[in-house]
Ligand binder design. Sequence first.
Ligand code: ZN
Length: 332
Amino acid sequence: MSKTLNECIVPMYPTLQSLDVDTIEAGEHKFWFAVATDAIGHPQTLPVRVFKGRKPGKRIVITAGVHGDEQNGILTAQRLARVLGKQTIMGCITIVPAVNLSGIARHSRDFHSAAPDSSSANLNRLFPGSPEGDDANRYAYSLWENLLKPNADLAIDLHSQTSGSAYPLYAFADYRLDDAIQMARLVCPDVILNDPGDPGILETVYNQAGIPSITVEVGIGRYTDIDMIERATLGIINICKYYKVIDGQVDSNSKPCVEGSHITSVRAEQGGFVICHVSLLEIVEIGQVLASQYNSFGDEIHTYLSPVKGTVISHNVESVRAPGSLVVRLIN
Ligand SMILES: [Zn+2]
């Protein structure tokens, strides 16, 4: 049954400029969060779903779509919300499934600024944002100060590889934080990177604010991967069970998981068409052929060899490679 156009465009949920989940009633809520105005002064509103239990407990915030082309993260957050609707909650789970509105609408990684003197920007290098910066900085600031930081004891930021490349189920965790390691392992991913973080990344900013956080990469960029979405959803459910936000038996990771702390990215030496010869999670030796590159006539112009022994965690799936773009990424 389809809905009338107006119902689809503007579901009549309350619009908030800030949220404090401690002050709302138990139960399931849907809100619009007015994060900023656009360039003509209309509100930009993010969908927010809150699942608040009658009993106190951990407050978990889950975000997705900080990078607009990483749709498997968005679909995981939405799937999770559908699963949580059937659960009894203790504590509170807040889901913000579509953070970067301008990027998502354009199938683009970046936040697209409407300021004549600003370029598009990687929103996940701008947190906690600034109330005095450009539109991207103000957007990040409003989101961080008024929605994410006040409502999180733990946080999970869902991504995928960017367009044109694939990841397995892959978690980033700062191993100095026990809860970050714990959450990453509870996802039951294929790979975990011990990552101390970088300035401006949402996960790093959460950790610095005393809110243990992980980033989870849900497979391939842009294109739908239902199996990966299901695994990521079950992984987050597992985290919720461990922290007793929902009832149930915690699954221990029965399949092997690669944990490493060193990343090697093999990048295109020049432009051209790259065909990859390795698969995700394959272990490669130093000197092993990773990929072949062809010019537009179809002649081979470059062979990429592995500079290290390691496990393949990403490779291109789109053959056209600009100079410097990713061919293969290894972890060891
Ligand atoms: Zn991302």
